[in-house]
Write a protein that binds this ligand. Structure first.
Ligand code: KG4
Ligand code: ZN
Length: 340
């Protein structure tokens, strides 16, 4: 089955062409970072406008790279939510219009379902597994029984991990988005003597909290009384990354213990983080666990990741009608297969 996948939930306009839910023929991602960077974060109205300008070109280029014509497509899948409502609507309206014009089915999907299954585009991972989904808006631990069968075991009570990275980068004057920048500076520095809190670390639940770490960084910077030097910034980044990686690692290991599932998939933009990869892969080896990180190109927002679930649903006749609308807020549990 030849599927076009579209993703416009935040600040990336992306179109992918996927065969049988496993093989990527094209996966074009155009980022709007330049436009939003000067505001220190994504400006929703600008994001919608840029999606609108870019979506047609991105689709045409994806089809060209894949070597297929629009008439060859057998189905379309698109991110239905959660995300910025105006941004989502661009992808959704495009998917509906193309499906209607081409006379093919379409289905709207949960953004995190795309992230969690992205790794299947690279290799087979057996179900069930635990997913640590870490992005700019999510920090969730899911139990994944199969495609379309998810259960939330834990989640952030406040900021998402990526959001905390972005906010800390902003208060250090590093720019937006900050995750990759902090990751790089952390690798160049040492935390020496600087320890930020690890919220909820010793609580038995699988929930996270990141806003306290961010506030601790802010208080530390204020106490310095002067803008931090480059060396101090590297030290702060190293200490922040240690705290963030420790809570993420501890909670997913607790989930492994609690469920007896020794298979973990890490997904979302923060899965690019080198500190997290190193720590978790090291512990996995020590404990004989199976831990999978997708290639960095498939960790951040991209359309092809939706092709896995898109193929699954469309094959089963799970098709959306033109009345189906975007959802700014949507729990993955309520996007389960039988609820479609
Ligand atoms: O999945 P994603 O591309 O978009 C959302 O669905 O939110 O994730 C973006 C988030 C941003 O907060 C970004 O700062 C973070 O992922 N990120 C990282 C790294 N690369 C991207 N965070 C930590 N370390 C990284 N290397
Ligand atoms: Zn995402």
């Amino acid at each position: 089955m030849l599927i076009l996948a579209l993703e416009t939930s935040c600040d990336e306009t992306s179109a992918g062409v996927v065969v049988d839910g496993r093989k990527i023929l094209a996966n074009l991602v155009t980022s709007q970072i330049d436009i939003h960077a000067r505001y220190g974060g994504v400006v929703p109205e600008l994001a919608s406008r840029k999606h609108l300008e870019g979506i047609g070109v991105v689709i045409q280029e994806a089809l060209r790279q894949a070597g297929v014509a629009a008439a060859d497509l057998e189905g379309i899948c698109v991110t239905r939510g959660p995300g910025l409502i105006g941004a989502l609507l661009v992808g959704l309206a495009t998917a509906k219009a193309m499906a209607f014009a081409l006379g093919i089915p379409w289905v709207g999907l949960h953004h995190m379902e795309g992230h969690v299954l992205a790794v299947l585009l690279e290799k087979e991972v057996s179900f069930p597994f635990l997913a640590l989904a870490v992005s700019g808006a999510h920090t969730h631990i899911y139990r994944v029984e199969g495609i379309g069968r998810y259960q939330t075991l834990g989640r952030t009570l406040d900021d998402a991990a990526g959001e905390a990275y972005d906010k800390v980068a902003k208060l250090l004057g590093l720019g937006y988005p900050g995750g990759a920048l902090i990751d790089r500076l952390a690798a160049e520095g040492e935390a020496t003597g600087l320890v930020f809190p690890r919220p909820l670390l010793h609580q038995q639940n699988l929930d996270f909290s990141f806003s306290g770490i961010k506030t601790a960084v802010l208080n530390h910077v204020r106490r310095l009384g002067a803008p931090p030097s480059e060396g101090e910034i590297r030290r702060i980044c190293a200490a922040f990354q240690e705290a963030a990686v420790e809570v993420l690692t501890a909670k997913i290991l607790r989930a492994v213990e609690g469920t007896g599932l020794g298979r973990v998939v890490v997904a979302g933009g923060v899965a690019c983080n080198r500190g997290l990869r190193k720590r978790l892969l090291g512990l996995a080896e020590e404990r004989g666990l199976e831990v999978h990180f997708p290639d960095p190109a498939l960790c951040g927002d991209n359309a092809a990741m939706l092709g896995v679930a898109g193929d699954f649903y469309l094959r089963r006749g799970c098709v959306d009608g033109l009345e189906v609308n975007a959802l700014a807020h949507w729990d993955l549990d309520s996007a389960n297969f039988h609820q479609h």
